[in-house]
Ligand binder design. Sequence first.
Ligand SMILES: Nc1ncnc2c1ncn2[C@@H]1O[C@H](COP(=O)(O)OP(=O)(O)OP(=O)(O)O)[C@@H](O)[C@H]1O
Length: 259
Amino acid sequence: MERLSTGISSLDSLLAGGIPEGFFVALVGMPGTGKTIACLHFINAGLLKGEKAVYVTTEESRESIVRQASQFNMNFDKALRENRLIIIDALMRATSDEWTLNLVTVEEMLDKVIQAKKLLGSQARRLVIDSMSAFWLRAPVKAREESYLVKRVLAKWDYTVYATSQYAITTGGAFGWGLEHIADGIIHFKRRIINGTLTRYLIVEKMRQTPHDLRAWEISIVDGQGLTLTRPLTRRVEDEALPDSVAKKIKRVISEEEH
Ligand SMILES: Nc1ncnc2c1ncn2[C@@H]1O[C@H](COP(=O)(O)OP(=O)(O)OP(=O)(O)O)[C@@H](O)[C@H]1O
């Protein structure tokens, strides 16, 4: 089975080498946890191998994606000029632009993605949809049916897919029915404040046909370099995230028991 590199070598090693070709992988989690940056790495890994790629952006403009990529030394601008990358922009909705979504429906998105594949040909192996949540903002009930539709349609077009989905800040829960149910793989991005510092981490929750790592890994995002996994999160680190009052209570009970 061929595996596609995620473009993050530390993540590839959790996945027995990468994402199985043709898989539909859900990248889920709270805002600012690194999902978009992981998507950029995935696309860039293909471009570096001479592949072509398609990126659907619903929350940022095409320009913003290109700028963010350039901060990690990924030249998306060049790939766009060489017609090796198509970024379908669902945010700006410029009517004069061929690669834009105006209605922001799943059907319109699939139509454009298929058009892009026909234009780029078999070298276009990687597709990012960042994010799917945007299609269901007004009608979360559609998420279930349309998730199946997206997977079924894309299966015919030889893409390996990264699709992101956001979780609510307040509850940490998915907005409505999540993509997780149809995905071949789930990479969950999380965050917590540890010793007063925002700590991001990810865990591979599911990857079919893959003996994957089961630990949560701390994420580092560095200007000029991008996202890497630094170390597995230990129990002790998680404990440090307990609110002070709770930690103090636990310490008090332990010391009372000892005396
Ligand atoms: N050049 C940079 N250098 C270092 N860190 C950066 C840089 N650019 C962005 N970041 C970090 O990455 C975070 C954004 O990550 P990303 O866009 O991947 O999040 P996300 O999970 O896709 O969020 P959302 O769901 O809101 O789109 C920023 O909040 C910042 O902490």
